[in-house]
Write a protein that binds this ligand. Structure first.
Ligand SMILES: [Zn+2]
Length: 273
Protein backbone atom coordinates (compact mmCIF):
# COMPACT_ATOMS: atom_id res chain seq x y z
CA UNK A 1 0.00 0.00 0.00
CA UNK A 2 1.27 3.46 -0.89
CA UNK A 3 2.02 5.53 2.20
CA UNK A 4 2.21 9.31 1.80
CA UNK A 5 4.10 10.86 4.69
CA UNK A 6 6.41 13.76 5.47
CA UNK A 7 6.25 17.13 7.19
CA UNK A 8 3.68 19.87 6.80
CA UNK A 9 2.98 23.33 8.18
CA UNK A 10 0.29 23.67 10.85
CA UNK A 11 -1.45 26.92 11.71
CA UNK A 12 -3.21 27.49 15.01
CA UNK A 13 -4.94 30.74 16.00
CA UNK A 14 -3.93 31.68 19.53
CA UNK A 15 -6.09 34.76 20.18
CA UNK A 16 -5.92 38.53 19.80
CA UNK A 17 -3.22 41.01 20.79
CA UNK A 18 -2.54 44.73 20.46
CA UNK A 19 0.23 45.56 17.98
CA UNK A 20 1.41 48.46 15.84
CA UNK A 21 0.11 48.25 12.27
CA UNK A 22 2.41 49.94 9.71
CA UNK A 23 -0.46 50.08 7.19
CA UNK A 24 -3.10 51.63 9.48
CA UNK A 25 -0.18 53.56 11.06
CA UNK A 26 -1.60 53.08 14.55
CA UNK A 27 -2.16 50.46 17.26
CA UNK A 28 -4.69 47.85 16.18
CA UNK A 29 -6.15 44.52 17.25
CA UNK A 30 -4.21 41.66 15.59
CA UNK A 31 -5.07 37.97 15.45
CA UNK A 32 -2.06 35.90 16.47
CA UNK A 33 -1.31 32.64 14.64
CA UNK A 34 1.18 30.00 15.71
CA UNK A 35 3.07 28.33 12.87
CA UNK A 36 4.28 24.79 13.55
CA UNK A 37 5.93 21.99 11.59
CA UNK A 38 4.72 18.47 12.19
CA UNK A 39 4.85 15.02 10.64
CA UNK A 40 1.87 13.80 8.63
CA UNK A 41 0.56 10.60 7.10
CA UNK A 42 -1.74 11.07 4.10
CA UNK A 43 -1.66 14.79 5.06
CA UNK A 44 -3.31 14.00 8.42
CA UNK A 45 -1.48 15.11 11.55
CA UNK A 46 -2.44 14.90 15.18
CA UNK A 47 -0.26 17.53 16.86
CA UNK A 48 0.45 21.23 16.54
CA UNK A 49 4.11 20.35 15.85
CA UNK A 50 7.31 22.08 16.83
CA UNK A 51 7.21 25.86 16.90
CA UNK A 52 8.41 27.56 13.71
CA UNK A 53 7.23 31.09 14.56
CA UNK A 54 4.21 33.36 14.85
CA UNK A 55 2.53 35.81 12.54
CA UNK A 56 -0.05 38.44 13.33
CA UNK A 57 -2.80 39.78 11.06
CA UNK A 58 -4.35 43.23 11.50
CA UNK A 59 -8.10 42.73 11.94
CA UNK A 60 -8.77 46.10 10.31
CA UNK A 61 -6.66 46.12 7.13
CA UNK A 62 -5.51 42.48 6.80
CA UNK A 63 -1.75 43.22 6.87
CA UNK A 64 0.19 40.17 8.05
CA UNK A 65 3.72 39.97 9.36
CA UNK A 66 5.96 37.81 11.50
CA UNK A 67 6.06 38.80 15.18
CA UNK A 68 7.87 37.85 18.36
CA UNK A 69 5.11 36.31 20.50
CA UNK A 70 7.25 36.83 23.63
CA UNK A 71 6.24 40.52 23.49
CA UNK A 72 2.69 39.65 24.54
CA UNK A 73 1.97 38.84 28.19
CA UNK A 74 -1.34 37.14 27.30
CA UNK A 75 -3.86 36.83 24.50
CA UNK A 76 -7.49 37.97 24.40
CA UNK A 77 -10.17 35.56 23.23
CA UNK A 78 -12.37 38.15 21.52
CA UNK A 79 -11.49 40.55 18.72
CA UNK A 80 -14.16 42.87 20.09
CA UNK A 81 -12.12 43.59 23.24
CA UNK A 82 -11.88 47.42 23.49
CA UNK A 83 -8.42 48.56 22.35
CA UNK A 84 -7.30 50.20 25.67
CA UNK A 85 -8.22 46.96 27.49
CA UNK A 86 -6.53 44.85 24.81
CA UNK A 87 -3.32 46.89 25.21
CA UNK A 88 -3.36 46.42 29.01
CA UNK A 89 -4.07 42.70 28.80
CA UNK A 90 -1.71 41.76 25.97
CA UNK A 91 0.99 44.35 25.27
CA UNK A 92 1.11 47.00 28.05
CA UNK A 93 4.63 48.10 27.05
CA UNK A 94 3.59 48.81 23.44
CA UNK A 95 4.02 52.61 23.70
CA UNK A 96 7.59 52.13 24.93
CA UNK A 97 8.45 49.28 22.54
CA UNK A 98 6.83 50.84 19.47
CA UNK A 99 7.28 54.49 20.50
CA UNK A 100 9.41 55.48 17.53
CA UNK A 101 7.06 53.87 14.99
CA UNK A 102 4.02 55.48 16.65
CA UNK A 103 5.63 58.94 16.64
CA UNK A 104 6.61 58.63 12.99
CA UNK A 105 3.15 57.30 12.05
CA UNK A 106 1.52 60.26 13.81
CA UNK A 107 3.75 62.64 11.86
CA UNK A 108 2.68 61.03 8.56
CA UNK A 109 -1.03 60.99 9.46
CA UNK A 110 -0.87 64.64 10.56
CA UNK A 111 0.74 65.65 7.27
CA UNK A 112 3.84 66.88 9.16
CA UNK A 113 6.38 64.68 7.40
CA UNK A 114 9.28 66.82 6.12
CA UNK A 115 9.24 67.14 2.33
CA UNK A 116 12.68 65.56 1.93
CA UNK A 117 11.44 62.37 3.71
CA UNK A 118 8.48 61.83 1.38
CA UNK A 119 10.10 59.61 -1.25
CA UNK A 120 11.85 57.50 1.41
CA UNK A 121 8.51 57.00 3.18
CA UNK A 122 6.69 56.12 -0.07
CA UNK A 123 9.42 53.57 -0.91
CA UNK A 124 9.29 52.14 2.62
CA UNK A 125 5.47 51.90 2.50
CA UNK A 126 5.52 49.99 -0.80
CA UNK A 127 8.38 47.72 0.31
CA UNK A 128 6.33 46.63 3.36
CA UNK A 129 4.60 44.27 0.93
CA UNK A 130 7.69 42.85 -0.74
CA UNK A 131 7.74 39.76 1.49
CA UNK A 132 4.08 39.09 0.63
CA UNK A 133 5.01 38.96 -3.06
CA UNK A 134 7.89 36.60 -2.31
CA UNK A 135 5.59 34.32 -0.27
CA UNK A 136 3.09 33.95 -3.13
CA UNK A 137 2.96 30.43 -4.61
CA UNK A 138 4.78 29.84 -7.90
CA UNK A 139 2.59 29.61 -11.06
CA UNK A 140 2.90 25.79 -11.04
CA UNK A 141 1.51 25.41 -7.52
CA UNK A 142 -1.95 23.87 -7.21
CA UNK A 143 -3.57 26.50 -5.02
CA UNK A 144 -6.98 26.13 -3.35
CA UNK A 145 -8.94 27.80 -6.23
CA UNK A 146 -7.12 25.59 -8.78
CA UNK A 147 -7.76 22.46 -6.72
CA UNK A 148 -11.45 23.35 -6.30
CA UNK A 149 -11.77 23.95 -10.07
CA UNK A 150 -10.24 20.53 -10.76
CA UNK A 151 -12.66 18.85 -8.34
CA UNK A 152 -15.64 20.78 -9.79
CA UNK A 153 -14.64 19.73 -13.33
CA UNK A 154 -14.44 16.04 -12.42
CA UNK A 155 -17.76 16.26 -10.53
CA UNK A 156 -19.39 17.98 -13.53
CA UNK A 157 -18.23 15.18 -15.89
CA UNK A 158 -19.52 12.50 -13.48
CA UNK A 159 -22.77 14.44 -12.96
CA UNK A 160 -23.51 14.79 -16.69
CA UNK A 161 -22.78 11.07 -17.23
CA UNK A 162 -25.11 10.10 -14.38
CA UNK A 163 -27.88 12.37 -15.72
CA UNK A 164 -27.48 10.80 -19.15
CA UNK A 165 -27.80 7.33 -17.60
CA UNK A 166 -30.95 8.42 -15.81
CA UNK A 167 -32.70 10.43 -18.55
CA UNK A 168 -31.18 8.88 -21.73
CA UNK A 169 -30.39 12.20 -23.42
CA UNK A 170 -28.58 10.44 -26.26
CA UNK A 171 -31.72 8.50 -27.19
CA UNK A 172 -34.11 11.46 -26.86
CA UNK A 173 -31.89 14.01 -28.61
CA UNK A 174 -30.02 12.59 -31.62
CA UNK A 175 -27.63 15.60 -31.65
CA UNK A 176 -26.55 15.03 -28.04
CA UNK A 177 -23.08 13.49 -27.76
CA UNK A 178 -22.08 12.69 -24.19
CA UNK A 179 -18.41 12.47 -25.14
CA UNK A 180 -18.50 15.95 -26.73
CA UNK A 181 -20.18 17.46 -23.64
CA UNK A 182 -17.61 15.87 -21.34
CA UNK A 183 -14.72 17.07 -23.53
CA UNK A 184 -16.18 20.60 -23.45
CA UNK A 185 -16.42 20.50 -19.64
CA UNK A 186 -12.82 19.25 -19.38
CA UNK A 187 -11.57 21.98 -21.75
CA UNK A 188 -13.44 24.72 -19.83
CA UNK A 189 -12.03 23.35 -16.52
CA UNK A 190 -8.50 23.20 -17.95
CA UNK A 191 -8.75 26.79 -19.28
CA UNK A 192 -9.98 28.09 -15.88
CA UNK A 193 -7.13 26.23 -14.11
CA UNK A 194 -4.58 27.65 -16.57
CA UNK A 195 -5.92 31.19 -16.10
CA UNK A 196 -5.80 30.82 -12.30
CA UNK A 197 -2.27 29.41 -12.41
CA UNK A 198 -0.91 31.98 -14.89
CA UNK A 199 -2.71 35.08 -13.61
CA UNK A 200 -3.36 33.98 -10.02
CA UNK A 201 -0.43 36.02 -8.70
CA UNK A 202 -1.57 39.16 -10.55
CA UNK A 203 -5.15 38.66 -9.30
CA UNK A 204 -3.82 38.29 -5.74
CA UNK A 205 -1.78 41.50 -6.07
CA UNK A 206 -4.76 43.44 -7.45
CA UNK A 207 -7.38 42.16 -5.00
CA UNK A 208 -5.39 41.75 -1.78
CA UNK A 209 -2.12 43.66 -1.83
CA UNK A 210 -2.99 46.85 -3.75
CA UNK A 211 -5.88 47.87 -1.42
CA UNK A 212 -3.61 47.48 1.64
CA UNK A 213 -0.78 49.36 -0.04
CA UNK A 214 -3.16 52.15 -1.05
CA UNK A 215 -4.44 52.45 2.52
CA UNK A 216 -0.85 52.77 3.74
CA UNK A 217 0.02 55.42 1.12
CA UNK A 218 -3.21 57.42 1.42
CA UNK A 219 -2.05 59.88 4.14
CA UNK A 220 0.98 60.75 1.99
CA UNK A 221 -1.21 61.54 -1.05
CA UNK A 222 1.62 60.64 -3.42
CA UNK A 223 1.62 61.99 -6.98
CA UNK A 224 1.90 59.53 -9.88
CA UNK A 225 5.47 60.78 -10.49
CA UNK A 226 6.48 60.02 -6.91
CA UNK A 227 5.02 56.51 -7.15
CA UNK A 228 6.85 55.95 -10.44
CA UNK A 229 10.14 57.09 -8.94
CA UNK A 230 9.62 54.89 -5.86
CA UNK A 231 8.81 51.79 -7.94
CA UNK A 232 11.86 52.45 -10.14
CA UNK A 233 14.04 52.58 -7.02
CA UNK A 234 12.59 49.28 -5.79
CA UNK A 235 13.11 47.69 -9.21
CA UNK A 236 16.72 48.85 -9.19
CA UNK A 237 17.11 47.26 -5.73
CA UNK A 238 15.69 44.01 -7.23
CA UNK A 239 12.66 44.08 -4.93
CA UNK A 240 9.92 41.80 -6.31
CA UNK A 241 7.22 44.35 -5.48
CA UNK A 242 8.82 46.87 -7.89
CA UNK A 243 7.96 44.62 -10.86
CA UNK A 244 4.52 43.49 -9.72
CA UNK A 245 2.91 46.88 -9.03
CA UNK A 246 2.04 49.37 -11.76
CA UNK A 247 1.55 53.10 -11.20
CA UNK A 248 -1.93 53.69 -12.66
CA UNK A 249 -3.78 50.86 -10.84
CA UNK A 250 -2.10 52.03 -7.62
CA UNK A 251 -3.18 55.66 -8.20
CA UNK A 252 -6.80 54.50 -8.70
CA UNK A 253 -6.67 52.32 -5.59
CA UNK A 254 -5.30 55.22 -3.49
CA UNK A 255 -8.24 57.39 -4.63
CA UNK A 256 -10.67 54.72 -3.34
CA UNK A 257 -8.79 53.95 -0.08
CA UNK A 258 -10.20 55.07 3.29
CA UNK A 259 -8.26 57.95 4.79
CA UNK A 260 -6.38 57.52 8.07
CA UNK A 261 -5.10 61.08 7.99
CA UNK A 262 -5.77 63.19 11.07
CA UNK A 263 -8.10 66.00 10.11
CA UNK A 264 -7.76 69.34 11.81
CA UNK A 265 -10.84 70.00 13.91
CA UNK A 266 -12.32 73.48 13.29
CA UNK A 267 -11.86 75.69 16.33
CA UNK A 268 -15.01 76.63 18.26
CA UNK A 269 -16.25 80.15 17.46
CA UNK A 270 -15.83 81.46 21.03
CA UNK A 271 -12.06 80.88 21.16
CA UNK A 272 -10.08 84.04 20.45
CA UNK A 273 -6.35 84.70 20.48
ZN1 LIG B 1 -3.89 47.55 9.85
Amino acid sequence: MLIIWGEKKTLRREGYVAEFCPVCRDIRCFSLTRVGVTGHMWYISFSKGRLAGHYATCTECGYRNGVDALNYISKAKSRKTPLPELIQRTFPSIHRMRGQSLEYALMVRSGDLPEHHRIEEIVRSISLFDHQIRLMPSPLTITKPVGLTMIATVLAVIGVSMLDDRYHFQEKYPDFRLLDVNYTILIIGAVICAVLMIWGRSIHVRRKILPMMARCLKPLEPAAGELKESLERLKAARAAIGKKVKVQPLVKEIEKAPSSAIKEEPLPDDITF
